[in-house]
Design a protein around this ligand. Structure first.
Ligand code: GUN
Ligand code: ZN
Length: 438
């Protein structure tokens, strides 16, 4: 009996995207939509996906069928850039990046020296991810190793695929938040040893951004990356014009902002750079050549007045992109709302973001950006069973608009325009139900 309990049979509409693409025009032909579908999950893996009629006889008689009529099963959303300690300061008023950091962010992050507090907020954070259908995330902690221990301990309880790291920061921030090159190195090393590849957890070497790390610290970060080549690197890049001017002052010997990271060995297929709004030509080239990824964070970029990310340029340059909420400069944990804002960011640049492209970025494209597309991002047999049951009609307005939508692209576009946490009906992580709408 114990054996069959690890099998789950989900009946609903099913949608995913079959493969990673390198141009947006190729997404549509790879969309799979099964109106009356069946997904079988066994021991946390996708076992079978197809038409209900074709698959129903495969369901062992002891297994309960979880039927979600009118709902859509999608791969869990992938958030490629988020700060868990900033959940409590979303919506801080009136500043752009550098003032916002000094006035709001740094004082808030000081609280995470306390492990109990970090644990409480980690629980809150993971609940927020799940109620918004996000099943994987690349997460900033604070400078305190306790903050990262607490987050990983909570993620481990539900076997969530989570990547996180302790902030490395040894200058240009309040004294109470600084480490040193040696302390940052040693604490990071210990955390890597403790957490990287433990279950589904992975570690990201996390220098906050170039202005808050000395060249010595960046060299230490590079050394860690060399010692642990399959860890991630997670930082910020070219978000704000004053920030960029400051980096050029602080690192006159380097050839621009990205070169500061590149010079220290911090670019590569497992490097994720948040924002990348004001990139120069050579920086696009460097991202492409090193196969580094960008986190597109529309709500944050609008909120802090940072600028408009050139998504079309990223496609053209063949640079990987995933969606990031960037809580707490970002204003929502919700990926649907994030896609809604991404659409508007592209509108302001005379570019149309289709629903298929948007959902690609939020699922398989995000997985690819995190080098996890062999494990998550769609329902290929054998992949990890992280998925979300979407209610496309969770409000009267959505119902009205759904009924007047003529095809799947319109329905999905309605969902990303009007959807929010009410659209998330159930969330499954590792094949287990972890969130039910109230
Ligand atoms: N650059 C350096 N730190 C941060 C941060 O916490 N949030 C954002 N949006 N940008 C940053
Ligand atoms: Zn950020």
């Amino acid at each position: 009996m114990e054996y069959t309990q690890s099998i789950k049979a989900i009946r609903a509409s099913i949608m995913d995207i079959a493969r990673v693409v390198d141009k947006p025009e190729d997404i549509e032909q790879n969309v799979r939509f099964i109106e009356d579908g069946l997904m079988l999950v066994e021991n946390g893996r996708i076992e079978w996906v197809g038409e209900w009629e074709e698959g129903k006889d495969k369901i062992p008689s002891t297994v309960r069928i979880r039927s979600y009529p009118g709902k859509i099963v999608m791969p869990g959303f992938v958030d490629t850039h988020i700060h868990y300690p900033q959940a409590e300061m979303v919506g801080a008023y009136g500043e752009q990046l550098l003032e916002w950091l000094n006035n709001y962010t740094f004082p808030t992050e000081a609280r995470y020296k306390d492990k109990d507090y970090s644990r409480e907020m980690s629980r809150f954070f993971i609940k927020q991810l799940l109620r918004n259908g996000t099943t994987s995330a690349l997460v900033f902690g604070t400078v305190h190793p306790e903050s990262v221990d607490a987050l990983f301990e909570e993620a481990e309880k539900i076997n969530m695929r989570m990547i996180a790291g302790k902030v490395m920061m040894d200058r240009n921030a309040p004294e109470y938040l600084l480490d040193t090159p040696d302390i940052g190195y040693n604490q990071t090393k210990e955390l890597i040893e403790r957490w990287h590849k433990r279950g589904r957890l992975l570690y990201a070497i996390t220098p906050r951004f170039a202005p808050t790390s000395s060249p010595e610290q960046l060299a230490m970060a590079g050394r860690l990356k060399e010692e642990y080549p399959d860890t991630y690197v997670h930082t910020h890049l070219c978000e704000n014009k004053d920030e960029i001017a400051w980096v050029k002052e602080l690192f006159p010997e380097q050839d621009g902002y990205l070169d500061v990271y590149h010079h220290h060995g911090l670019t590569g297929p497992k490097s994720v750079f948040a924002h990348c709004i004001h990139l120069e030509d050579e920086e696009w080239d460097c991202l492409h050549e090193t196969d580094s990824a960008v986190a597109f964070c529309p709500t944050s970029n609008l909120y802090l007045g940072s600028g408009l990310f050139k998504l079309q340029e990223a496609w053209k340059r063949k640079v990987k992109v995933g969606m990031g909420t960037d809580i707490g400069a970002g204003t929502t944990f919700n990926m649907l709302q994030t896609l809604n804002e991404a659409y508007k960011v592209m509108q302001l640049q005379q570019h149309r973001l289709s629903a298929f492209e948007a959902f690609y970025l939020a699922t398989l494209g995000g997985a690819k950006s995190l080098s996890l597309d062999h494990l998550i991002g769609n329902f290929e047999v054998g992949k990890e069973a992280d998925f979300v049951i979407i209610d496309p009609c969770s409000t009267p307005l959505q119902q009205l608009r759904y009924d007047s939508s003529k095809d799947l692209p319109e329905k999905l576009f309605m969902l990303m325009t009007l959807g929010d946490d009410r659209s998330i009906y159930r969330t499954y992580v590792d094949g287990r139900l972890v969130y039910e709408r109230g």
